[in-house]
Design a protein around this ligand. Structure first.
Ligand SMILES: C[S@@+](CC[C@H](N)C(=O)[O-])C[C@H]1O[C@@H](n2cnc3c(N)ncnc32)[C@H](O)[C@@H]1O
Length: 432
């Protein structure tokens, strides 16, 4: 430790203090767990097994602290130099693992999935996270960035409202080609108002607790569509404006998608996940079967199900977003066996046909929830394929499905979001 670092009691830790710690296991959320005199510190920018000086960024009275590595004293051999200028203490909150090699990142994510399944569902099973083609950078085809009072556009800084302005000379390295240029040149439409001043912002621009403390900054969705177009959509733009539709390509066909609507953000993810869902169904005789595609979006997995059940079967896609649902109708028009229901899954499930053989569900980050899992299990499908973007939600819902008579059969995990802590899982459940 040098002069600026303090050896103080764990109870007295305050933001700005620097402490030396041994970094422990990775935890869900992109940080590792360390202890300083027994007090838990969630540490960003460290790796398990490292010794580091950590600057405290948040200290909740009587509870845990948060901190960031500012100096590595003993490094993991697979630590790498982060290539992005925005990846630094107090910097961009979009990436978590740029300081780890790609294979180490996938090991960290695998251990999080394994730990969540163990803690929440009591399962102990090996997990490996599969790499997607295309490399670790330049993959993010959709970003939702904020506009700050100075006119900068970019992702928000970690646990803060401050905008990390990006441009072609200081680009976001995970953004798809063209998006940094678009962020630097896009015109703000009249009616989208910049906040008047930075006066309401947190002085340091860092470590504001929770999202509630964020001022309302206008946001822009930048899309690098599969059809080559680069588009900027301002969701806060007042009045009626038509959001353009773009064309994305996956599993050998085109899908129409709203430029600001849901589509997998990694260019290889739609193919990869559809392949994993198809694989989870291959050894089952499904021609003529009835199926549900819950949280169906514009119909990606309905396409897989339509193939699996054939024209003598049925697919009911349920999607809550009006635009996505309308586009699913359009995209699935070639499959007479597919019908699309607009509505929230939780509300419409009771109105769906009583018997179902196959359920695919791909909920947003919060997961389906135990109540919905019980309702699905009560219909006694022969197989449930759960596509999950949050390992904690998957762990909780796995426990609910197990309690309702299902067992986790196969589990694949994919690195659809390199450099971040996010990971996508495809889990197959069969009757126990
Ligand atoms: C993770 S996306 C999956 C979309 C699709 N399966 C795909 O891969 O393209 C989740 C989808 O669920 C929709 N959604 C979110 N909450 C919902 C709800 N409660 N009921 C129905 N749909 C919902 C969203 O609009 C979004 O299209």
């Amino acid at each position: 430790m040098n002069d600026t670092e303090v050896a103080k009691s764990a109870d007295d830790l305050r933001p700005g203090d620097r402490v030396e710690v041994e970094i422990g296991p990775v935890a869900h959320g992109g940080h590792c767990v360390a202890r300083y005199q027994g007090r838990v510190v969630f540490v960003r920018l460290g790796l398990p097994g490292e010794t580091a000086v950590v600057e405290i960024t948040e200290a909740r009275r009587g509870s845990f602290c948060r901190g960031e590595v500012v100096e590595v004293l003993r490094a993991d051999p697979r630590r790498v130099e982060a290539p992005c200028s925005h990846f630094r203490p107090g910097g961009c909150g979009g990436c978590d693992f740029q300081h780890a090699s790609g294979d180490l990142q996938r090991e960290l994510k695998a251990s999080v999935v394994r730990e969540q399944l163990s803690r929440l569902a009591g399962l102990d099973r090996p997990v490996s996270v599969e790499e997607l083609p295309g490399g670790g950078f330049g993959w993010r085809t959709r970003v939702r960035w904020a506009l700050d009072p100075e006119g900068r556009i970019g992702p928000r800084a970690v646990r803060s409202h401050r905008v990390e302005g990006v441009n072609p000379t200081e680009p976001c390295l995970i953004a798809a080609p063209g998006l940094n240029e678009l962020a630097a040149t896009v015109e703000v439409p009249s009616g989208v108002h910049r906040p008047a001043s930075a006066g309401s912002q947190h002085r340091s621009g860092r470590q504001v607790r929770g999202r509630a403390a964020r001022p309302e900054l206008p946001e822009v969705v930048l899309t690098a569509a599969g059809d080559g177009r680069r588009l900027a959509i301002w969701p806060d733009q007042p009045g009626t404006h038509q959001v353009p539709t773009v064309t994305e390509h996956a599993i050998g066909r085109d899908f129409s998608v709203a430029a600001d609507g849901f589509w997998q953000v990694h260019p290889a993810a739609a193919d990869t996940l559809s392949g994993a869902v198809a694989q989870a169904l291959t050894d089952l005789e499904l021609i003529g079967a009835s199926s549900w595609d819950l949280y169906g979006g514009v119909g990606l997995f309905s396409e897989v199900l339509a193939e699996a059940v054939g024209e003598s079967g049925t697919v009911v896609s349920v999607e809550g977003d009006r635009t996505a649902s309308a586009l699913a109708v359009q995209n699935m028009a070639i499959h007479p066996q597919v019908s699309v229901v607009l509505g929230s899954v939780e509300k419409v499930i009771d109105d769906l046909p009583d018997t179902v053989d196959v359920v695919v569900l791909d909920p947003p980050r919060a997961g389906a929830g135990p109540a919905l899992c019980e309702q699905i299990a009560a219909r006694a499908p022969a197989v449930i394929v759960y596509v999950a973007c949050d390992p904690a939600a998957l762990g909780r819902d796995t426990a609910a499905l197990m309690a309702a008579g299902y067992r986790l059969d196969t589990l694949r995990a994919f690195d659809c979001f390199p450099q971040t802590h996010h990971v996508e899982c495809v889990a197959r459940f069969l009757p126990a």
